[in-house]
Ligand binder design. Structure first.
Ligand code: S3P
Length: 168
């Protein structure tokens, strides 16, 4: 079986929905952000603060290269995974790519109830505008990178997960 790959903006629910799917299908979940933290031995926030975004993206590319050979796993990715074309190329070789799409309001709601640090969204007076800007900049890339687009607005984790499993 191919891998299930989840892409989409920060706060759309990739990790949470991935957890549901991997449990239901009894497959392993691999999270690129977790692997980056293991590799650097520091939080993503510290990596951004100390070494900057370019360094983070370089490690992200390495991690994707290392995991893309897997089969039958669920891969949840960081929101910026689409910024490097080689990531999508590698993930597509063994995977079906699902773009989780939703309204900015949905993202803001999810982020407000999350305790994960998001360096690109922190210390922002107007989080709504920042999320909107980032999402608009990347939306084309999400569309062109995916096999399926899944709308998450007003749906439960279970129903989104089941929809992905249906297409898979
Ligand atoms: C990022 C999203 C984060 C993480 C890093 C950069 C981004 O992952 O990879 O902070 O560029 O949008 P999540 O999408 O899980 O928040």
């Amino acid at each position: 079986m191919k891998n299930i790959v989840l892409i989409g903006p920060s706060g759309i629910g990739k990790t949470t929905i991935g957890k549901y799917i991997s449990k239901k299908l009894n497959i392993v979940q691999i999270d690129t952000d977790d692997l980056i933290e293991e590799k650097t031995n520091m939080s993503i926030k510290d990596t951004f603060d100390i070494y900057g975004e370019d360094f983070f993206r370089t490690i992200e590319v390495q991690v994707v290269k290392e995991i893309a050979d897997n089969k039958n796993v669920l891969i949840s990715t960081g929101g910026g995974i689409v910024l490097r074309e080689e990531n999508i190329h590698a993930l597509r070789s063994n995977g079906i790519i699902f773009f989780l799409n939703g309204k900015i309001e949905t993202i803001v709601r999810n982020l407000n109830s999350s305790d994960v640090d998001r360096p690109l969204l922190m210390n922002e007076e107007d989080m709504y505008e920042k999320i909107k800007k980032l999402f608009l900049e990347r939306k084309k890339l999400y569309y062109s990178s995916c096999d399926y687009l899944i709308d998450v607005d007003d749906k439960s984790v279970e129903s989104i997960g089941d929809e992905i499993i249906f297409y898979y």
